[in-house]
Ligand binder design. Structure first.
Ligand code: PMP
Length: 415
């Protein structure tokens, strides 16, 4: 007998559980299209050249220590990561209205923001998540005591953003709701709003006085350009909302939060490098906000890890290293785009029924093929092809030598 005899087993994480199944599969044919980590054309994990060099430099430097970082993280990393996402000419940064903390990659940063909002944002506010979304969002917000609901995001028919459903749902949501948005390369669908659609989303959020929270996990990975992939965040950051009478002004800057991950764009997955940014309407409140965020972080993990953030800060600070990084991000995003093209062409050539254009129009690491759960399981059992049962494949896990095999298997699954 144990005190824990009554503990029921939790379901496997749908993404990480898939990896376990893949590892256990002895077939030489097996292909892992489940997990979202970049692989080279040889299907190997990739350490960026620029990261390797900075690591060597750090290893050889006698001043490299393993002391604790401050609760809020490495100062240079905090400011440089904010500059990467908000841009050189960000009004919020210039006006010192942004509170930035280094946190534990994207997930830890989301949790930190969720805990802060749960404590200090409007009591009982609901967080609206896109349907579908990255599954972990459904763990993070409820764990912080924030209830979640869905807004329509994606149309299975058009394979595009369901902009009408999205705008309707955000209009119907109670004023002041938290709205989670994927900054770019929406996971799992790979469908992003156009800039015109982002403007429409912004208009509804302004009108309803919602609180936007951008999850930015793929900056640079979607288009190969850091600027383009941050365009939605910057559009919102520069927006204003009608002020209340008490403010004595007609408009005030919009308040929002951004969480940032360097897992994908620097390939620092296991180092847990990320940041949480709260954009405030006035600089006067930032000190109190920072102090509360620090108190939450202290209770959760005390201080963030130093190694990865030190690497990231070096790359973000040095012009030459930054340029090298940009080139490598471009190489990674180009390989993903090439895989999209090759898969599309193979499906076209083997005459797989259906329209597969969305594989080309989707963006980022993932493609949402539009397969049913049964078809996904069929591919797993018969062909040892592993993907989440929503039909999402990681393009970064695909290599040229597997494209034909995958395309023929898909044809078999859909006919
Ligand atoms: N948000 C989204 C949408 C993601 O896809 C991911 C990575 N899978 C994350 C956040 C966070 O990942 P990490 O904690 O590894 O940075």
């Amino acid at each position: 007998y144990s005190t824990f005899s009554g503990v029921p087993e939790a379901p496997k994480d749908p993404i990480l559980g898939l990896n376990e199944l893949f590892r256990e599969d002895p077939s030489p044919l097996k292909v892992n299209l489940g997990v979202g980590a970049y692989r080279t054309e040889e299907n190997r994990p990739y350490v960026l050249g620029v990261v390797k060099r900075v690591e060597q430099e750090l290893a050889n430097n006698p001043n490299t220590l393993h002391e604790y970082l401050p609760i809020e993280g490495l100062p240079e990393f905090r400011s440089l990561s904010a500059r990467l996402v908000f841009g050189e000419r960000s009004p919020a940064l210039k006006e010192q209205r942004v509170v930035s903390l280094q946190s534990l990659s994207g997930t830890g940063s989301l949790r930190l923001v969720a805990e802060f909002l749960s404590k200090f944002y409007q009591r009982g506010a609901v967080c609206y998540l896109p349907r579908p979304t990255w599954g972990n969002h459904w763990n993070i917000f409820p764990a912080a005591g924030i209830k979640c609901r869905e807004y329509r995001y994606y149309s299975d028919e058009t394979h595009e953003v369901d902009i009408i459903g999205l705008l309707d749902d955000l209009t119907a949501a109670p004023s002041g709701s938290i709205v989670l948005l994927h900054a770019c390369a929406h996971n799992p669908t790979g469908a992003d709003p156009s800039m015109t659609q982002w403007q429409e989303i912004l208009d509804v959020i302004r009108k309803k006085q919602h609180f936007p929270l951008f999850d930015c996990a793929y900056q640079g990975f979607a288009s190969g350009s850091f600027e383009r992939d941050a365009a939605a965040v910057r559009l919102f950051e520069r927006a204003t909302v009608p002020a209340s009478e008490a403010d004595g002004a007609r408009e005030r800057p919009m308040e929002m939060a951004v969480t940032q991950s360097f897992a994908k764009n620097m390939g620092l997955y296991g180092e847990r490098v990320g940041a949480a940014h709260i954009v405030c309407a006035a600089p006067a409140v930032t000190q109190a906000v920072l102090s509360q965020m620090k108190q939450i972080a202290r209770g959760l993990y005390s201080s963030p890890p130093a190694h990865g953030a030190t690497i990231a800060a070096r790359i973000l600070k040095d012009r030459a290293l930054f340029a090298e990084w940009e080139t490598e991000v471009h190489v990674m995003s180009s390989r993903i785009l090439r895989m999209r093209r090759e898969l599309f062409e193979a499906l076209h050539e083997n005459k797989t029924p259906g329209n597969w254009e969305h594989i080309l129009s989707q963006i980022g690491m993932f493609s949402f093929l539009g397969l049913s759960a049964e078809q996904c399981l069929y591919l797993r059992e018969k062909y040892h092809i592993y993907m989440t049962t929503n039909g999402r494949i990681s393009m970064a896990g695909l290599t040229s030598d597997k494209v034909q095999y995958l395309a023929d298997a898909i044809r078999d699954a859909v006919v």
